[in-house]
Ligand binder design. Structure first.
Ligand code: LLP
Length: 422
C-alpha cells in the first residue's frame, strides 16, 4: 500500500496535491512520501518479528539524507557500499554500530574511514580484501568485525544485470571455498569473524531462490560452528521485488519472505540482518514530469516529456517498466490510445515506454512515473548538461525540498579552465 491517490480528480501524495508541488518547484522532480516509507519499513520489521534482527536499509536505492534520517529514526541501520554512502549515513545521524559495509572493491581509504568512524561489520568479498582489511585494522590498532559474503551459486531468476548469486557473478567467495576462507580469516590479526553474508540479486519475484540460498547458509553455519567459528549474525542481503506493473504483478509478500527466513535459518539463534532497498523506497516515490509537446509521428504519437533518461535511467538500462499516470485523473471510461513516452535527450534510448495506452494528454500536462523512489534520483546524471532534478519529501500536508535543483551556474562551476588557456 502507498499514499499516492487521486483526490478530487488530482493525484495527491498523502495530503499534498502534486500540481501544488509542481508550481512551487517546477518540473521534473522526484517526490517521496513519509507515510509510505514508514509503512514499508514497518512491514519488513513486522515480517521479521520474533527473530532478533536489524534492517540495514540499502541506501544505494535512495540515499537522500532526509530519507536516511527518517529510516534511522525508525530504528534502521544502513548498508553502505562506498565512502560517500558512509559519509551520508553518518551525516544523517546513523551511528557507526548500525552500519554494514558491503561491496566488492572496498579501498584502504574506505576501510580507514569506517574503522575510525565506527562500523558494525564489513562484508568481505574476497581473500585479497580480507588481507588488506587485516593490515589496515592492525595499523589502526583496532579489530574489524567481519562476515564473509558467500556466493551460493543460486539463480535468482531476475534481470541478468541485477543477479548476483551465480558463480559467474563477481560477488562473494564461492560457497564451496567458504571453509578455507573462514579458516584463513580466523588466523588473521585485526579481524573478528561475526557471521555470514549472502545477497543473491535484486527485484526477486520468487521466494524459491531465497529458500535455496538460505538453506545453504544454514548448512554452512553448522559446518563453520563445528570448525570453531562464532557465527552469531546472518546478513541475508536484500532484493525482494516490488510490483512495478500494478495491473498484473504480485511479487511475494514481505510476510512470506520473513517466513522463509524463519523456516530456513530461524533455528540457528543468530541475529538476522536484511538489506532491503527497493522494497522500502521503490513505491514510496514518484517522478513528476510535464509534457513539453505532443508530436504526431508516422503511425505513432510521441509525448515528449521534460524528464529524460538522465533523470530516470531504468527504462533504457534494464527495459524496466514504470507505470505512468496522468496527474489529472482521467474520466472513467475515457478513450485510451497508444503513445510513446520519451525524453528530450538526443538518443533513441531516451524512451520510457513504447505504445503505452494513455488517456488523452496534451502539452503542459503533468504525468507521474510510479515506483521511482528506488534507483531513480541516485542513478541520475547531468548528461546533455541537464541539472540534477530536485527531490521533495511529503509528510501529511507538508512538503519540503530535500535536494534543491542546482542552477546552471552551480552545475557548470565545477569545471575549471586551465591556467594556460586563459
Ligand atoms: N545488498 C546488496 C549487497 C546489494 O548489492 C543490493 C543491491 C541490495 C542489498 C539491495 O537490493 P534491493 O533490496 O534494493 O533489491 N539499479 C538496479 C538495482 C541494483 C541493485 C544492486 N544491489 C535497478 O534499478 O533495478
Amino acid at each position: 500500500m502507498d499514499h499516492f491517490l487521486y483526490r478530487d480528480g488530482i493525484l495527491h501524495a498523502e495530503d499534498v496535491s502534486i500540481p501544488e508541488v509542481a508550481a512551487a518547484v517546477g518540473t521534473p522532480f522526484y517526490l517521496y512520501s513519509t507515510a509510505t516509507l514508514t509503512r514499508h519499513y514497518q512491514v519488513v520489521s513486522d515480517a521479521l518479528e520474533g527473530m532478533p534482527h536489524l534492517i540495514c536499509y540499502a541506501m544505494k536505492a535512495n540515499s537522500n539524507q532526509a530519507v536516511i534520517k527518517l529510516l534511522g529514526d525508525l530504528g534502521a541501520g544502513m548498508d553502505v557500499v562506498s565512502g560517500g554512502e558512509y559519509h551520508r549515513a553518518r551525516a544523517a545521524g546513523i551511528p557507526g554500530e548500525k552500519i554494514v559495509f558491503s561491496g566488492v572493491g572496498k579501498t584502504v581509504a574506505e576501510m580507514e574511514l569506517a574503522l575510525t568512524g565506527g562500523i558494525r561489520q564489513f562484508n568481505i568479498e574476497s581473500e585479497p580484501e580480507m588481507l588488506t582489511l587485516s593490515k589496515v585494522a592492525q595499523k589502526l590498532g583496532v579489530t574489524a568485525p567481519i562476515t564473509i559474503r558467500v556466493n551460493p551459486d543460486v539463480d535468482a531468476k531476475t534481470h541478468a544485470k541485477i543477479a548476483t548469486g551465480k558463480s559467474e557473478n563477481k560477488f562473494g567467495i564461492p560457497i564451496s571455498k567458504a571453509r578455507e576462507a573462514y579458516a584463513q580469516a580466523s588466523q588473521l590479526p585485526g579481524l573478528k569473524v561475526v557471521g555470514i553474508d549472502v545477497h543473491i540479486g535484486s527485484q526477486l519475484t520468487d521466494l524459491e531462490p531465497y529458500k535455496h540460498a538460505f538453506l545453504k547458509v544454514a548448512a554452512l553455519t553448522e559446518i563453520l560452528r563445528a570448525d570453531g567459528h562464532e557465527i552469531t549474525r546472518l546478513d541475508l542481503g536484500g532484493g525482494l521485488g516490488i510490483p512495478y506493473e500494478r495491473s498484473n504483478e504480485a511479487p511475494p509478500l514481505p510476510f512470506d519472505y520473513g517466513r522463509v527466513i524463519s523456516e530456513t535459518v530461524g533455528h540457528l539463534g543468530c541475529e538476522i540482518e536484511v538489506e532491503p532497498g527497493r522494497l522500502i523506497a521503490g513505491n514510496a516515490g514518484i517522478l513528476v514530469t510535464s509534457v513539453i509537446y505532443r508530436k504526431e509521428g508516422e503511425g505513432r504519437d510521441f509525448l515528449i516529456l521534460d524528464a529524460a533518461m538522465n533523470d530516470l535511467i531504468r527504462p533504457s538500462m534494464y527495459d524496466a517498466h514504470h507505470d505512468i499516470v496522468p496527474v489529472r485523473e482521467p474520466v472513467p471510461g475515457a478513450d485510451q490510445a497508444p503513445v510513446d513516452l520519451v525524453g528530450p535527450v538526443c538518443e533513441s534510448g531516451d524512451t520510457f515506454a513504447k505504445q503505452r495506452l494513455m488517456p488523452p494528454i496534451g502539452a503542459g500536462e503533468l504525468v507521474a512515473f510510479r515506483s521511482a523512489g528506488a534507483y531513480g534520483a541516485v542513478m541520475s546524471s547531468e548528461y546533455n548538461s541537464r541539472p540534477l532534478i530536485p527531490e521533495v519529501l511529503v509528510n501529511r500536508d507538508q512538503f519540503a525540498v530535500v535536494r534543491a535543483r542546482p542552477t546552471f551556474d552551480e552545475m557548470i562551476s565545477r569545471d575549471t579552465i586551465p591556467e594556460w588557456m586563459r
